[in-house]
Design a protein around this ligand. Structure first.
Ligand code: 13P
Ligand code: SF4
Length: 446
């Protein structure tokens, strides 16, 4: 299977011919369809948060970039990068489409990219090919002089949008009223807030301000250990699945993991349930990873005896329990790299990564658990047209002054606290892996 088949399936979805597809209809349109329709996205905010005044809004992508072929856009990106040299660094998440990722100086999971942000302090601009919360994190961890650019401001994360600062603050006030704020005899406070990296900077700031911390899918267990050393329980947002899967693996019983529904008093729980809790789970989820099912795992095992099933911890608990292993995007990539030739893998994560790995390791059989290809629709909004647009703007020329487009800036009142929460994470025994180099390019069929 090549990357070309992702585009082919998207064409089938757009013409209503992808049978059984439950993919988002957003994939059926070109990413520039959202240029004037996603006003909710802006620096410092998920869709539910207040957007700071002066935040840039996605402008209309000029026609030159909308109509160019992938080949032309690739040439323009290479030329702009060559002109800019060390002045720019391009970061790319594993879920980005291949024609974008091939231009990245660093490719990795969200933890590795957060670390990579600090690797080139002399670069004037960091172009982040990923989603909004990743670019915010890059702004928090880079130097004040560096401009972080998100090529398309409509590239958000639907999971990050499921927790906003007002709802989390309201939840926190209810918990404080119930538990008080006094530490117990061993010095542990009643509750520590932990936010998944996939959240707005405002929520990272909330955690920093209230003794909490950030985690990613590659260090969630380390971070929960950190939190349990300091607190009797954890409030974990926005991803219920990462929270549940991680805490369960650490031996926390399911009965001590109530779910918080912000629309209900006490999140829909009794006082006794919250008193007895160890991890309070926000009700968020990833729309890509919740598509994976135990039936798909059973079908993969029936068709490929001996198959190794690896899924991302954003998958529901039943899927993680039925899989052979689970781990972050980097864990998945490393497990495949280390396997003996001739191995068969069924992978439960975003399709662009699965297909890149399949092309990169032809000695293995690698396929996605979900037979209906479904990319992360917001990651997919970083089209190479937007990358060429922001890079050429940085170059300027022909009488046009150089310009920073789509700069992501976290407001100062949020940034200081958010940095505290991120730095706690970076100090909490980070995983050994550093940023990795770009992987071999795969045909896009363009
Ligand atoms: P990773 O931290 O594994 O890169 O995951 C980020 C993400 O958004 C997964 O959906
Ligand atoms: Fe967000 Fe899911 Fe996309 Fe990851 S895959 S960026 S969690 S919507």
């Amino acid at each position: 299977m090549t990357i070309a088949s992702v585009d082919r399936t998207i064409r089938l979805i757009s013409t209503g011919k992808a049978e059984g597809s439950t993919c988002t209809p957003d994939l059926a349109v070109d990413p520039w369809y959202f240029d004037d329709k996603a006003p909710g996205y802006g620096p410092g905010s998920s869709m539910g948060d207040v957007i700071p005044t002066g935040s840039p809004r996605q402008g209309e992508l000029p026609a030159r970039y909308r109509t160019a072929s992938n080949g032309e856009l690739g040439d323009w990106i290479r030329a702009a990068k060559a002109t800019l040299g060390e002045r720019v660094v391009v970061l790319g998440h594993f879920y980005q489409r291949e024609e974008v990722l091939q231009h990245a100086d660093f490719v990795g999971d969200s933890f590795q990219l957060a670390v990579a942000t600090q690797s080139r302090p002399d670069a004037e601009a960091i172009v982040f090919c990923g989603v909004h919360f990743m670019a915010e994190t890059a702004d928090l961890l880079s130097t004040p002089e560096q401009a972080v650019i998100l090529p398309n401001l409509a590239a958000g994360c639907s999971m990050a949008d499921m927790a906003d600062i007002d709802s989390v603050t309201e939840c926190w006030e209810q918990l404080e009223e119930l538990y008080g704020t006094e530490p117990d005899a061993s010095g542990r406070v009643p509750v520590i807030p932990v936010t998944y990296m996939n959240s707005s900077a405002a929520l990272k700031g909330f955690c920093g301000e209230h003794g909490g911390i950030v985690c990613t899918s590659s260090n969630a267990e380390t971070v929960l250990e950190w939190a349990f050393e300091r607190g009797q329980r954890v409030l974990f947002f926005p991803d219920q699945h990462l929270g549940r899967n991680t805490a369960k693996a650490m031996g926390v019983p399911l009965e001590q993991m109530p779910m918080w529904n912000p629309r209900k008093p006490l999140g829909g729980n009794t006082e006794a349930e919250l008193e007895d809790s160890r991890v309070i789970l926000w009700h968020g989820f990833c729309s890509v990873h919740r598509r994976f099912t135990v039936d798909q795992i059973d079908a993969a095992r029936a068709e490929h005896p001996g198959v190794r099933v690896i899924v991302h911890p954003e998958c529901p608990m039943a899927v993680v329990d039925a899989a052979d292993e689970y781990g972050s995007t980097d864990y998945i990539a490393k497990a495949i790299a280390a396997a003996p030739a001739g191995s068969t893998f069924a992978i439960g994560t975003e399709i662009n990564l699965v297909q890149r790995l399949a092309a990169q390791y032809p000695q293995h059989t690698i396929f996605c658990l979900d037979p209906v290809v479904c990319p992360c629709s917001t990651m997919y909004r970083i089209h190479s047209g937007y990358l060429a647009w922001v890079l050429e703007a940085l170059v300027g020329g022909d009488g046009v002054p150089a310009e920073v487009l789509n700069r992501i800036t976290v407001a100062d009142d949020v940034a200081d606290h958010a940095r505290v929460a991120l730095e706690r994470m970076l100090a909490a025994k980070p995983p050994a892996a550093g940023p990795v180099a770009p992987v071999a390019s795969v045909s896009t069929g363009a």
